[in-house]
Design a protein around this ligand. Structure first.
Ligand SMILES: [Fe+2]
Ligand SMILES: [Fe+2]
Length: 266
């Protein structure tokens, strides 16, 4: 089997649309929306957000499997961790597929971004776990924490508990990524720097031109949930508590907030 397969080789039904992230952003601009994250007032906001997560879970499952396959010489314990992650992500895919059904949606209703898979196009397992486990799954902690708070405001225990259950796993995946990024680059500061730079590119991609805030600073916008309005964050917040549990340092969290603030100054 071939290593580092391209995104168009991912197995998807014919009616699924897989596009680069910048094309999704451009499509939003073309329709008169803000270029990055959907805003709470937009139609199908919650379905779209959960759909993005569901396909992210699917790609996370596929990516952990490919990392296991692509690096047969990596330590056995690394391979075991990747195999466990495939199992976790497959459960997450099922959970989010069921949550979509619960909201009257389905996998394939919205386009799927290629962003997670793009992190598998690097021939170093340290970069992969830095980009996917630390960058993207760190971002997942932020997104999940936000949805849990929304579900609490909606009084929807199904969404709240399901997402909380998945968040607990993501925290372990981030920790696993940190552990392996450090172990695989031990005694090789150049390689560690490459892995950290790879992660930083991902973090910067999702700082949304400075549109990210702490939970306390997030401006609120009304979200229609079944004919009722609840307030929801109009920015993507940074989940400090969850990120600390996941093993990010205070300095790393501050850096995320600073880089968001820096690009806001443009
Ligand atoms: Fe997951
Ligand atoms: Fe994960």
């Amino acid at each position: 089997m071939e290593r580092m397969i391209a995104v168009d080789r991912l197995a998807r039904p014919d009616n699924h649309i897989l596009v680069p992230l910048d094309r999704m952003f451009q499509a939003r601009v073309d329709q008169g929306f803000s270029p990055t994250a959907a805003m709470p007032h937009e139609e199908d906001f919650l379905k779209g957000r959960l759909h993005g997560i569901a396909v992210g879970e699917m790609q996370a499952m596929e990516a952990a499997g490919r990392t296991l396959f692509d690096f047969p010489d990596a330590p056995w314990e690394f391979q075991l961790d990747m195999a466990r992650q495939v199992w976790d992500e497959s459960r997450h895919t099922e959970i989010f597929a069921k949550l979509l059904e619960y909201l009257g949606s389905y996998i394939g209703e919205f386009p799927e971004s290629e962003v997670l898979w793009s992190c598998t196009q690097v021939d170093d397992p340290a970069c992969r776990v830095a980009g996917i486990n630390r960058g993207l799954e760190g971002l997942a902690c932020d997104v999940f924490e936000q949805i849990i708070r929304l579900a609490q405001r909606m009084g929807d225990e199904v969404i709240e508990r399901a997402v909380d259950y998945v968040l607990a796993d993501e925290i372990t995946h981030v920790r696993m990524g940190s552990k392996w990024m450090r172990k695989l680059t031990e005694g090789d500061p150049e390689r560690l720097k490459r892995a950290l730079d790879f992660q930083e590119n991902i973090d910067n991609l999702f700082n949304f031109q400075g549109g990210r805030t702490t939970q306390a600073d997030a401006p609120q916008a009304p979200l229609d949930v079944g004919g009722r309005e609840v307030d929801f964050d109009a920015t993507l917040t940074i989940a400090r508590e969850a990120r600390l549990l996941a093993g990010f340092t205070d300095e790393e969290i501050e850096r995320l907030l600073r880089s968001a603030a820096r690009s806001a100054a443009y």
